[in-house]
Ligand binder design. Structure first.
Ligand SMILES: Cc1ncc(COP(=O)(O)O)c(C=O)c1O
Length: 365
């Protein structure tokens, strides 16, 4: 029987070889591979600076330390993994949730309505499923309302166009490339970059004028470093990113051709296709769960992306749900949407099997 997850890593022999080579070298933690990986990423993502860190969540945490102060108000989306909004709270700032569009991204017109009424420090925007927000509109909002822009690019790995102050990435195994756990922060601002280097390493500062054994802790930082072994993995994975993207696009196109279900958006050559999301008008969540259970029995593991962050108990208890009527699109989306398997090594046979059972089961519901 098949066992098909919604996402998973694709690892080749040369990835393993580079990891083993690094294991046999002098460096397991910070060594030459970290810098090499950061430089390769910066080139690929079109940023001047990249700081590799231990996962996507701490990338968001450090970005929040740089961008936010206690009490700041930050607009973000309910349609993301909890880490996006949590990182605002780490900094004792306040997330302000805004409803989404039908494509799963935050609704920028609603964002502007909020910006007109309230003092907002930053917009934390998620490139949901691999789709970027409308950058022209974001640039306009940034300039008109003087807000900082963070792109949570855990789902997106294309070229950046210089609109955001900071972008964060995740290299969790289901993402575009993996370093086991891992993440990165990218920016074009040298001051931000230098501060991030300190924050990643306990708040410690060093320069060439100091003895190599000297160090100065100048602010409160963390150990959020990525290891050399993980960076070696990242470097090797990065070499295959074009192929990984090509596979994701082939799989997305095939779903569009063969699947008898409404997809979240038409085939889009600019999406990175971290996720392939479809919709079905379930009566209620109970029915949706029944559908998931039936698919699981066939070895197909569907997933929610996402349960609205502000309806999670932690957020609901603190009053982030506002009124019942404020998130009509997100609520409908939560009821209807789910993610199908998409990852580079998904074979045609496996995908056909998924499509076949989806088409059969759909008619039973
Ligand atoms: C949108 C988004 N932001 C942040 C994260 C956090 O990344 P990590 O799991 O590497 O900490 C994830 C990962 O699931 C994510 O999907």
């Amino acid at each position: 029987m098949y066992n098909i997850q919604y996402g998973k890593q694709t690892i080749y022999e040369d990835d393993i070889n580079l990891v083993v080579e690094t294991l046999k070298s002098d460096y397991l933690t910070t060594g030459p591979k970290v810098k090499e990986f950061e430089e390769a990423l910066a080139k690929r993502l079109n940023f001047k600076y990249v700081v590799a860190v231990s996962n996507g969540t701490v990338a968001l945490h450090l970005a929040s330390i740089v961008l936010l102060n206690q009490g700041d108000r930050v607009i973000t989306t309910p349609n993301s993994f909890v880490a996006t909004a949590n990182s605002i709270i780490y900094q004792k700032a306040k997330p302000i949730f805004v409803d989404i569009d039908n494509n799963g991204l935050i609704n920028l017109d609603l964002v502007e309505e909020k910006l007109k009424k309230e003092k907002i420090k930053a917009l934390y925007l998620v490139s949901f499923s691999g789709l970027q927000v409308d950058e022209k509109k974001v640039k306009y909002l940034k300039e008109k309302y003087n807000v900082k822009i963070l792109f949570d690019n855990a789902h997106f790995i294309g070229k950046d166009n210089g609109v955001c102050d900071i972008a964060t990435y995740s290299f969790h195994p289901v993402k575009h490339i993996t370093t086991f756990e891992g993440g990165a922060i990218a920016t074009n601002d040298e001051k931000i970059y230098k501060r991030l280097l300190k924050l990643r390493n306990h708040g410690i500062y060093k320069d060439e004028k100091m003895f190599v054994w000297e160090y100065k802790m100048v602010e409160l930082g963390y150990n959020y470093r990525l290891s050399d072994v993980a960076s070696a993995m990242g470097l090797s994975q990065l070499n295959k990113l074009d192929y990984f993207q090509q596979r994701r696009h082939e799989i997305a196109k095939r779903y569009h051709e063969k699947l008898d279900l409404e997809s979240l958006y038409e085939y889009n050559p600019n999406s990175s296709y971290h996720l392939f999301v479809v919709r079905y008008p379930f009566k209620d969540l109970k029915q949706k769960n029944q559908f998931f259970i039936k698919m699981r029995k066939k070895g197909i593991y569907l997933q929610y992306h996402y349960i609205p962050i502000n309806s999670q108990p932690f957020y609901a208890k603190k009053g982030y749900r506002y009124s019942k009527e404020e998130f009509p699109i997100m609520d409908k989306y939560y009821l209807e949407a789910f993610s199908l398997p998409i990852y580079p090594s998904l074979s045609e046979d496996e995908q056909d099997y998924v499509i076949e059972y989806l088409n059969i089961l759909k008619n039973e519901f």
